[in-house]
Design a protein around this ligand. Structure first.
Ligand code: FES
Ligand code: FES
Length: 148
């Protein structure tokens, strides 16, 4: 079976029912994607499938064979989202941040000039126990500015 992640093709032998999250972390060692609730609630496991944010804890790998998957590692370091995250100093403990960054990247890919309300709406499913929400909003706005 072949899995396409961050522009690379991986050949893996795995039960198609396995959740994508575990395949990314355990088989491909892409450990930027975190696990929190494992119930599609917290958003810490967010990755993109064909540009759409999904909860990888709730997607079976068999559903995404042959489709383009992007994890936080696949977003370039110099992308405005990552630069803005650093500039604003968003993370506290950091645990939720990969999911936040992937979700913000998905938003800005579709809507490079989101309003504050659109940012809040797009990000509200990604929970942060440290309450970094104001900095997340600031960073998405900053990334939008950087995208010119
Ligand atoms: S671990 Fe997937 S949504 Fe919480
Ligand atoms: S930075 Fe700690 S959970 Fe979000």
């Amino acid at each position: 079976m072949e899995l396409r992640v961050n522009g690379r093709l991986y050949k893996i032998e795995v039960d198609p029912d396995t959740h994508l999250l575990w395949v990314l972390r355990e088989h491909l060692r892409l450990t930027g994607t975190k696990f929190g609730c494992l119930k599609a609630i917290c958003g810490s496991c967010t990755v993109l499938v064909e540009g759409e944010p999904v909860r990888s804890c709730s997607v079976q790998v068999g559903e995404v064979f042959g489709r383009e998957i992007t994890t936080v590692e696949g977003i370039p370091k110099d992308h405005p989202v990552k630069r803005a995250w650093k500039e604003v100093g968003v993370p506290q403990c950091g645990y939720c941040q990969s999911g936040q960054i992937v979700q913000a990247y998905a938003l800005l890919s579709k809507n490079p000039r989101p309003t504050r309300e659109e940012i809040v709406r797009a990000m509200k499913g990604n929970l942060c126990r440290c309450g970094t929400y104001p900095r997340i909003i600031r960073a998405v706005m900053r990334a939008s500015e950087m995208m010119g």
